[in-house]
Design a protein around this ligand. Structure first.
Ligand SMILES: C[S@@+](CC[C@H](N)C(=O)[O-])C[C@H]1O[C@@H](n2cnc3c(N)ncnc32)[C@H](O)[C@@H]1O
Length: 252
């Protein structure tokens, strides 16, 4: 088919039009749910601190796409280990200039950080132990570089905090968000940042006496660890349960 030899046949023009429209059709605008909306707001508030935001374990990439659309930071990097998700995401990013984003199908622990950029790595919607393992792999390769992380684990919040404390991370801010019946802790933390001085606490310091969701969450965590203690001889789960219980009592 030679469409550009002389006058363009109408059929070819309409085919080209359709192809161009398919390539640049803007993505349907997705309204972020409360958890991702809170992460988006936090990034927007601190946007001037970062050149690149890594939407790691991004799945459909809702958070990163919103950051791109609102031009919150100069560059967004999408990373997920599932190939078809990244192929699909790539095909949906045609409306954006490629200088503002990258899409990588890989283990998030293997990301390559340009030392001339200021990075924020987002890890949300995965377990705390997986998040700790990914962070461990990243900081193991960039031991002298400041890297900030925005973390919102589904589970194992205590284990993640333990890992961060052991690796000398410092707290920038922490908060809590409820989405439907699920509760999430959010941690904005910094690695190798001499200006950040606030220690990370084992169970968090952002609990408010007037917030019933905070009471319910602390009680749930205390119960979770005291149930675990029944099958654990080391006494560690019992100790963690006691920490959550004491914090719950302090709020009363
Ligand atoms: C539930 S989704 C979370 C999506 C989004 N971050 C959120 O908070 O809604 C978890 C994603 O993590 C990805 N994932 C799990 N382990 C990973 C790893 N080691 N490296 C990269 N992606 C990973 C999965 O493929 C999945 O798409």
């Amino acid at each position: 088919m030679n469409c550009y030899n002389g006058a363009k046949p109408t059929k070819c023009i309409s085919l080209i039009d359709t192809m161009e429209k398919t390539l640049v059709t803007p993505q349907p605008r997705v309204r972020l749910k409360p958890r991702l909306k809170r992460l988006f707001d936090l990034i927007q508030t601190h946007a001037e601190l970062y050149d690149t935001v890594w939407d790691c374990c991004c799945d459909h990439g809702y958070l990163g796409v919103k950051l791109l659309r609102k031009q919150v930071v100069p560059r967004v990097e999408f990373v997920d280990c599932v190939a078809h998700l990244m192929t699909d995401l790539r095909s949906r990013l045609g409306e954006f200039n490629t200088q503002h984003y990258g899409v990588t199908c890989a283990d998030a622990g293997s990301i390559a950080l340009d030392s001339s950029h200021r990075h924020l790595v987002v890890l949300a919607g995965i377990g705390g132990e997986l998040a700790a393992s990914i962070i461990g792999n990243i900081i193991g390769r960039y031991q002298a570089q400041r890297i900030d992380f925005l973390l919102c684990p589904n589970t194992a919040q205590y284990q993640l905090r333990e890992f961060l404390i052991a690796n000398n991370f410092k707290l920038l801010e922490e908060s809590f968000i409820k989405e439907k019946r699920w509760n999430y802790e959010i941690l904005h933390v910094s690695y190798q940042n001499p200006a950040a001085q606030t220690a990370i606490s084992a169970i968090g310091q952002h609990w408010q006496a007037k917030n019933q969701d905070h009471h319910a969450y602390l009680a749930k965590m205390a119960k979770h660890y005291s149930d675990q203690a029944k099958n654990c001889s080391s006494g560690k789960a019992q100790k963690v349960a006691a920490l959550y219980r004491a914090q719950a009592e302090q709020l009363e």
